[in-house]
Design a protein around this ligand. Structure first.
Ligand code: 6PG
Length: 266
């Protein structure tokens, strides 16, 4: 197992590649580089760039960087041709402190010249989470032009990971993990006693690029087990391990705290 120096790729015997950054700020910059590059490439090749944003605290630095007029990324994003979706959303109104849309709007979307019609939020204020998820699946189908049952293909899906290995709102032992035909579902999460609405694995694994942003020592144990596992080896109930793009790229951008335990991996 080769350990990269700062910012270099690390390569494992099982072929997984991750890039280790010294801290969350550098991780945000590396992610911003990747996103601006992929956005330009997608617009050049397909005329638009579709990206599903992640919630949580890690990507907030990235979103602020992309919006920052003093940073070298804002002017590189083709805002008029970029369409923002949400990889998951909490069952709360769009102005609620827990809303992923509210976080992205505050950190980036309200500060950049993206047309309002290019921001596709989940109408999570609806009382019925299942109806809200079904409506959002229709929004995705209309945008991607996919028939009922066909799987949309995002240019980029941003993902985080929790210390339990959850990603998006695919939590261990929840029904959405088994979803094979729908693209976006309401997933009951017992520990929250609430629905979370989320992309499903078929959509995530159909993307051109999936990019994990993982920071924090609390993720180290799950990350170690996931990254060191041989492809196909089901090492436990870590949903993030089920993210294996069928015909796309999988990038892991992690900070040093999150890989602190990798030395003890097999
Ligand atoms: C959410 C995210 C969730 C998040 C992880 C990691 O809605 O909260 O989709 O999957 O990415 O919980 O969150 P942090 O980046 O805050 O550690």
């Amino acid at each position: 197992m080769h350990y990269g120096a700062r910012g270099e790729d690390m390569t494992y015997s099982n072929g997984r590649n991750i890039r280790v950054l010294p801290d969350a700020d550098e991780l945000g910059r590396a992610a911003a580089d990747e996103i601006t590059r992929r956005a330009t490439q997608a617009v050049n090749e397909r005329g638009k760039f579709s990206v599903a944003l992640s919630g949580g605290s890690t990507p907030k630095i990235l979103y602020s960087l992309l919006a920052d007029p003093e940073a070298p990324y804002r002017e590189k994003v083709p805002w008029g041709d970029t369409h923002f979706f949400f990889g998951d959303e909490r069952h709360v109104p769009p102005d609620h402190p827990d809303s992923n849309f509210a976080m992205a709007r505050e950190a980036m979307l309200s500060k950049v010249p993206v047309p309002a019609e290019n921001v596709h939020r989940v109408e999570a204020e609806k009382r019925d989470a299942i109806e809200a998820a079904n409506d959002y699946e229709r929004v995705m189908r209309d945008f991607f032009g996919t028939e009922q049952g066909a799987i949309p293909r995002f240019d980029l899906i941003l993902l985080g990971m929790g210390s339990d290995g959850h990603t998006a709102s695919l939590f261990p032992d929840t029904d959405a993990l088994a979803e094979q035909s729908r693209s976006f579902v309401a997933n009951w999460v017992e520990k929250f006693q609430a629905h979370r609405m989320t992309l499903t694995l078929p959509v995530i694994n159909n993307a051109h690029v999936v990019m994990f942003l993982v920071a924090g020592g609390d993720k180290a144990d799950a990350l170690r087990k996931i990254l060191a596992a041989e492809p196909g080896e089901q090492i436990g109930r870590f949903p993030a391990q089920l993210v294996r793009p069928l015909h796309g790229e999988l990038l892991w951008l992690v900070n040093e705290a999150a890989v602190a335990r990798l030395q003890s991996a097999k």
